[in-house]
Design a protein. Structure first.
Length: 516
């Protein structure tokens, strides 16, 4: 406890007062942004007794305090708040978090303890899976196998990723992932710890010296692994399709779920919820929803021809925007009815045109919610397999709309006219769909019109939707309804899919199925 000018231990600070005085070393610092608290600066502090605690600074105080709190330096902190530490990815096991503000006084400290205050966790303990996933941990290991650097999209931005294998003195090994904005500035992430993770190569400390001495003398060296492109594609496909191994659940199951989890369901689309519209405009940089900046647009002389957009996440006006799907569908199965919501990347798996293409370059807001493109309307009556998530808002607050995370791809399911007959599955690389007519949906090759030309994005909205279904440039509808089991032999396969290059492959398979 603080007595006069004495220093308190970090282990003793509690929320009942703000006039604490401690001396600490800044172990690590990083900045992050969240939708609730905006931009913040976070730090890991440690005192001479080895106690570590998470500290946070709000945006308005970052400018002053960030200059005073330098990583590796000892400081005296006076006047700060203490609050409970909650949430995921907590950098210390302490139950408390320090809040630094404009009232906080930072001065130099005479004590100098050259210690990194590591709390190393053995690799075997990690592999056992008994650790609390809410806390970040310290790991030390020798780097062995290293993969090639890959560039992958993360939240709409390109990030470089490097995978490797770490081993300890007991030859226990674990896979690790390094994310980097530059090759010289990486962040190790066993889980997605963002900038809270810190990578130190060849650290100089007692723990590292002891680790080097204990390593087995077996001549192990770092091996740079060149990825097999086909094997990598197969691995990615297996990861993407892992959810298909989940047990099929009903709509009733997800409506009565009591835990946060994901469910695989098979449902039929019965309608489109027009209260929400079917698209929004997203920032080209972060994909977040943008709004028109009418104030700036009106103050600009002459008035700009293109809208002026503002992104709340980027906190600035942006020039590059793109229309994106946000579909709210009414679905049902034999057990119940519900609503699902599909964002752009998932919705484009079942609609064979982009939202930008359907809008034909228009930036207008929806005036008539019932005016929906035929490509979206055509979802009604079709059946899909979805991976939907049950979240806190469903369990606690009664939200009745579930977000779709994945939609089954790779099969085209054909339903009979009545919907009671057998299904025919054709493996043609298409998005899964079912209905009264057969259509080639989102083929792996480009959709081609009768004259061999690709669809023109310059067609206006009305003319595009005025094209008869049988002559669409993006898909070929069958002129006949699918037969029931009793009359299937009467169907001419040539009439089901006419003149479509990709459909010819499916046609042969369909013909073989009908003969069998």
């Amino acid at each position: 406890m603080t007595i006069g000018c004495a220093f308190a231990k970090l282990a003793d600070v509690r929320p009942f007062k703000t006039t604490w005085k401690v001396r600490v070393k800044v172990i690590h610092s990083w900045r992050q942004y969240s939708g609730m608290s905006g931009e913040t600066m976070d730090l890991v502090l440690a005192d001479e007794h080895g106690t570590k605690m998470h500290a946070g600074i709000k945006k308005k105080d970052i400018g002053r305090l960030s200059k005073l709190l330098v990583v590796g330096e000892w400081k005296v902190l006076e006047n700060f708040q203490v609050s409970p530490a909650t949430g995921l990815f907590r950098p210390t096991p302490s139950n408390w978090k320090i809040g630094l503000s404009m009232n906080t006084i930072v001065t130099t400290c005479s004590i100098k303890v050259d210690d990194m205050f590591l709390s190393l966790v053995p690799i075997q303990t990690i592999l056992d899976g008994d650790l609390n996933h809410n806390f970040l941990i310290d790991v030390i290991g020798q780097v062995l196998d290293v993969s090639e650097i890959k560039t992958v999209p993360v939240l709409g931005r390109e990030k470089r990723k490097l995978e490797c294998v770490l081993r300890d003195i007991n030859d226990q090994r674990i896979n690790c992932c390094l994310w980097a904005d530059t090759l010289t500035n990486c962040d190790m992430q066993v889980t997605n710890a963002f900038d809270a993770s810190k990578l130190i190569i060849n650290p100089i400390c007692e723990e590292a010296d002891a680790f080097r001495i204990g390593l087995p003398d077996d001549g192990a060296i770092v091996v740079i692994q060149e990825d097999d492109e086909e094997a990598e594609k197969q691995r990615i496909k297996e990861q993407e399709d892992a959810w298909l191994a989940l047990e099929m659940k009903s709509v009733y199951d997800i409506q009565n779920a009591t835990e946060i989890e994901k469910f695989r369901i098979s449902v039929k689309v019965t309608g489109i919820d027009t209260d929400w519209g079917w698209y929004y405009f997203g920032c080209g940089k972060c994909q977040f929803r943008v709004t028109k900046d009418l104030k700036k647009e009106g103050a600009t002389k002459p008035r700009p021809k293109a809208p002026v957009w503002y992104c709340d996440r980027c906190k600035s006006n942006v020039k590059t925007v793109e229309a994106k799907f946000k579909l709210h569908l009414l679905v049902e199965d034999d057990s119940a009815k519900t609503k699902v919501m599909l964002l752009d990347s998932v919705a484009y798996g079942i609609v064979d045109k982009t939202a930008s293409f359907l809008l034909n370059g228009s930036y207008d807001e929806i005036q008539d919610p019932e005016l929906i493109p035929d490509d979206v309307k055509s979802l009604v009556g079709k059946s899909f397999e979805f991976l939907v998530g049950v979240e806190k808002e469903h369990i606690v607050y009664g939200n009745d709309t579930y977000k779709v995370h994945k939609v089954k791809k790779g099969l085209l399911i054909l339903d009979t006219e009545s919907g009671d007959g057998p299904f025919i599955a054709i493996d043609n690389g298409s998005t899964i769909a079912s209905g009264e007519e057969l259509s080639v949906v989102k083929s792996n090759s480009q959709s081609i019109s009768d004259d061999g030309s690709t669809p023109s994005p310059k067609r206006d909205f009305e003319s595009m939707h005025g094209v008869p279904a049988g002559s669409s440039t993006s898909k070929k509808h069958c002129p006949k309804q699918l037969p029931t089991e009793a009359s299937r032999e009467l169907v001419n396969p040539d009439g089901l899919i006419s003149q479509h290059p990709e459909a010819n492959k499916s046609e042969a398979k369909l013909h073989q199925l009908t003969e069998n």
